[in-house]
Design a protein around this ligand. Structure first.
Ligand code: FAD
Length: 544
């Protein structure tokens, strides 16, 4: 069995002879250059967030070799992407596009089908094609990270333009957006904020969506819809095309901003707090996608391993977590709300006064004074992120376990006390069953919230990996029985999550499959992504 230390034999896509595959790769080298086709025969190295591998999931929940690429190719243009797609159709090779491959918690850079050829778009297609300071828009290739976009805007001196960034800034703006990722300014719903795609279809044709279909238009990044059916949706969380360009809207500098953090003492504060948050959020008094975090994750965000606080097995006891929280500058609490008010001081003051009066209706609510916090306190990371400044502080809680890796359970619900309580109780009960520390954070969108539960595990401990996977599978099934579904999931869980969206005898999946078969008759593009299998794979044992 190959290990990380031994030389590995290259994986070959199933159904293709090794010699045929190597000959096909040589043909591709002729098309895009020897140096742009790399066979994956070296030891699998996990690296770290900023130097992550593009061959596999560096935080894998399965064996390393399960979801691994046979080769990685690096196109430099839309035309080369078209050439790769045509090559894949000719040889019936599954290909899997990534923008930057930092989709950690959801599969990293790994393909869903073992032995796929990964199309790493980010390495050479990394240009910012346009930043428009009048329209507050930009046009990006897949390899532009949140850091790169931020830096480019600063370098041009465009002080009036802001970006929105997720917790970690190293990901691709395009990759994150088409996976419907989230950030934390008022522009946090990235998909809602994009405008216009250029897409290479699985048969090699290229299309531009929205106004991009009108030659000579100047509205591609300003009006997302164009004319006729709005096709962008089918290119997000799917396997219907390779996105080679994306338009994104930029936020106007609001003319000032101010972070705030409130803490609440008890677990039972969750329900009344949600009832307070909902009307404030919908009416935009609470303006950004804020996080309501549980204390266990806040303690972990200090970056110390769990063993620093507790050497036993099973979930870390409550009294130890609260003692640890009590030692830190923010002080003991159960929930922490991190928010931001935007605008000049008098506008902020108006909104902050309403928020303060409402939050203080919870007995024991406390507003944290940032003046008393050390510079490396997590509060300041949230402050940067909510102001659109890319950061990587968030990685610290991954140190909670040795060889720290994580995988997410991310159900959505309305912003209601009853929903929050049910989901919290479900997660807690199942984490206790599997002896896992519970890290719930509610990310409050405009009319819904994503509960993001991160399970941190030791990637070198098969028993803890299995416990994490079993816990996730139970949470997904039990949440679905209660009417809750995930907004996004890890590659390994995509079949299961897609299966929960089963209304009317799986009518939606049947529709997705019809689209897949029409657009990708040879089934070469990212088979199985988001649970959508092309005809030649369907029902043949690939689902898991
Ligand atoms: P990629 O990995 O390049 O793309 C994601 C997926 O989309 C790919 O696997 C692929 O299937 C598909 N894809 C990518 N590009 C294309 C293309 N051009 N055409 C067709 N399909 C494509 N995520 C959030 O959204 N918000 C957060 O706040 C957040 N916090 C995180 C915190 C931590 C500590 C960690 C480790 C992760 C967090 N993540 C978060 C998850 C993840 O890191 C980000 O979503 C990241 O931006 C995704 O990686 P990427 O941008 O490199 O996308």
């Amino acid at each position: 069995k190959p290990t990380k230390d031994r030389q590995r034999l290259p994986v070959v896509p199933q159904g293709i002879e090794r010699e045929d595959f190597l000959a096909a790769l040589a043909e591709l080298q002729g098309q895009i250059g020897d140096e742009n086709v790399e066979i994956n025969d070296k030891p699998l190295k996990d690296g770290w967030y900023m130097e992550h591998p593009n061959t596999h999931d560096m935080m894998t929940i399965l064996d390393d070799e399960e979801l691994v690429a046979s080769a990685v190719v690096y196109p430099s243009s839309t035309e080369e992407v078209q050439g790769i797609v045509q090559w894949a159709n000719k040889h019936h090779v599954p290909i899997f596009p990534i923008s930057m491959g930092r989709n950690l918690g959801y599969g990293g850079a790994a393909p869903r089908v073992r032995g796929s050829v990964t199309v790493d778009l980010g390495k050479r297609m990394n240009k910012i094609l346009d930043i428009n300071p009048e329209d507050y828009t930009c046009l990006l290739e897949p390899g532009v990270s949140f850091y790169a976009l931020y830096d480019a805007i600063q370098a041009k001196g465009y002080d009036h333009l802001w970006i929105d960034t997720p917790d970690l800034g190293g990901g691709s703006v395009l990759g994150n957006t088409i996976d419907r990722g989230v950030g934390y300014t008022p522009y946090g719903d990235h998909w809602a904020c994009h405008s216009g795609l250029e897409v290479v279809l699985p048969t090699g044709e290229v299309i531009r969506t929205g106004m991009g279909a009108l030659p000579g238009n100047n509205t591609w990044q300003s009006f997302p819809y164009g004319f006729g059916p709005y096709s962008d949706g089918i290119f997000s969380q799917s396997n219907y095309g390779i996105v080679t360009k994306m338009g994104m809207t930029l936020m106007p500098n609001p003319g000032g901003y101010e972070s705030f953090m409130y803490t609440f003492p008890n677990e039972e504060d969750l329900a009344p707090l949600m009832e307070i948050i909902r009307p404030l959020r919908i009416s935009m008094i609470l303006e950004n996608v804020a996080q309501l975090r549980h204390v266990t994750q806040s303690v972990a965000a200090r970056g110390l391993p769990r063993s620093h606080f507790f050497s036993g097995t099973g979930p870390i006891p409550n009294d130890i977590i609260h003692a640890a929280a009590g030692e830190a500058p923010v002080g003991d609490h159960t929930w922490a709300y991190y928010g931001m008010a935007y605008g000049p001081p008098h506008i902020r003051a108006h909104k902050l006064a309403i928020v303060d009066a409402e939050f203080r209706k919870i007995a024991g609510a406390s507003k944290v004074d940032p003046a008393g916090l050390p510079a490396d306190e997590y509060y300041f990371s949230r402050d940067r992120v909510a102001a659109g400044v890319p950061d990587i502080h968030e990685l610290r809680w991954v140190n909670w376990a040795p060889n720290g890796a994580h995988i997410a359970f991310s159900p959505v619900s309305p912003i209601r006390g009853t929903d929050a309580t049910k989901l919290f109780a479900l997660g807690k009960r199942l984490h206790d069953r599997y002896g896992i520390d519970f890290f719930p954070a509610f990310c409050v969108g405009l009319r819904e919230m994503h509960l993001i539960v991160e399970i941190v595990f030791d990637r070198d401990d098969p028993e803890r990996k299995q416990a994490a996977l079993d816990c996730l599978r139970d949470m997904i099934d039990e949440a679905a029985e209660m009417g809750y579904g995930e907004y996004r999931t890890h590659l390994v869980l995509m079949d299961q999550v897609a299966g929960t969206y089963s209304w009317n005898d799986n009518a939606l999946m049947k529709f997705n499959e019809k689209l897949k078969d029409a657009l990708d008759p040879n089934g070469i593009l990212a088979p199985g992504r988001c649970g959508i299998w092309p005809k030649r794979y369907r029902g043949r044992g690939w689902e898991m």
